[in-house]
Design a protein. Structure first.
Lengths: 216, 83
């Protein structure tokens, strides 16, 4: 019998949901028994995992674990909490009282824009996309002021290339959402979508790791 | 320490989650906003979260159970497979 790791959190006692705490050095790992069969990435399993995480998040500060994190036994869970105590405790403080919001941004493509049919056309289209992504990024910059932290990725997604994640104080979620609305109202050609509140999945790693990961 | 209840639960085919679309441009249609919600879920669960290093077993569909001594990025595997 191995253990599925759901989250690192404050030790508050029984987490319910057929889960239990393994406590070491003032940190709790929230784990559930795992029968050794595959944790398939089917939609229902993923939503169930997310639901467990949200229930936990309603009662305590958590650092969510990546889906599919399985440890062999309790001593290895204790080892994790011991070996990475400093990093995990600091991350927990960083996300305490905040939730993650996702913002996707893009622009409405001009219907007359034809798909590039040669190398030059392709490069020009890429350049145009890059410029527009920069423009959209600038429009979104006020959101950063309402967040504790933010991460941005610009992906080769035709319709919504700018993917942002923001760590926002619980009591600022409404203000943040209103600001997204205001930014959207300023420019007709941009499109925005904001989802959440998510557990702070995108802010679960040490700061140094995140810096290294930022790719715009 | 009790947390503020922020979310109303939203039913997704029998499964209930609190994360939802907080705002979307009026031009966006429902199927597209649902699609973005799913992308956000996958992105977070499979590429976010704290990664456990050390003796771990990552089990996922299409990938045999493997005991690893290294951190494995499930998302990177997905990208390499072009999913």
């Amino acid at each position: 019998m191995s253990l599925v790791l759901y989250a690192i959190a404050d030790p508050l006692g029984d987490p319910g949901q057929h889960l239990r705490e393994v406590v070491e050095g003032g940190l709790a790992a929230i784990v559930g028994d795992h029968d050794g069969t595959r944790l398939e990435r089917r939609g229902e399993n993923l939503w169930r995992y997310e639901r467990v995480m949200e229930e936990l998040m309603d009662e305590r500060a958590i650092i969510p674990a990546r889906f599919g994190s399985v440890l062999t036994d309790e001593p290895s869970v204790c080892g994790l909490l011991r070996d990475r105590h400093y990093e995990l405790a600091a991350t927990l403080e960083r996300v305490r009282g905040a939730v993650e919001l996702s913002v996707h941004a893009g622009w409405v493509e001009d219907a007359a824009t034809a798909a590039p049919d040669d190398g030059t056309g392709y490069m020009q289209a890429r350049l145009a996309q890059h410029r527009r992504a920069q423009e959209v990024s600038e429009l979104l910059s006020p959101l950063g002021a309402l967040a504790r932290a933010g991460r941005r990725r610009v992906l080769p997604d035709q319709s919504l290339p700018v993917h942002d994640a923001y760590l926002v104080d619980c009591d600022l979620v409404e203000a943040f959402t209103e600001l997204v609305h205001d930014i959207d109202a300023r420019r007709e050609e941009i499109e925005l979508i904001c989802t959440g509140p998510w557990p702070p999945y995108s802010f679960a790693r040490a700061l140094d790791d995140q810096r290294a990961e930022v790719a715009v | 320490m009790a947390r503020v209840q922020l979310r109303a639960r939203h039913d997704r085919g029998g499964l209930v989650s609190g994360a939802r679309t907080l705002y979307s441009s009026p031009t966006m249609r429902a199927p597209r906003t649902r699609h973005v919600g799913l992308i956000d879920l996958l992105d977070r669960l499979l590429a976010g979260g704290v990664v456990v290093r050390g003796q771990i077993t990552l089990a996922a569909a299409d990938i045999d159970l493997v005991d690893l001594n290294l951190a494995i990025l499930v998302a990177a595997t997905d990208k390499a497979r072009g999913r």
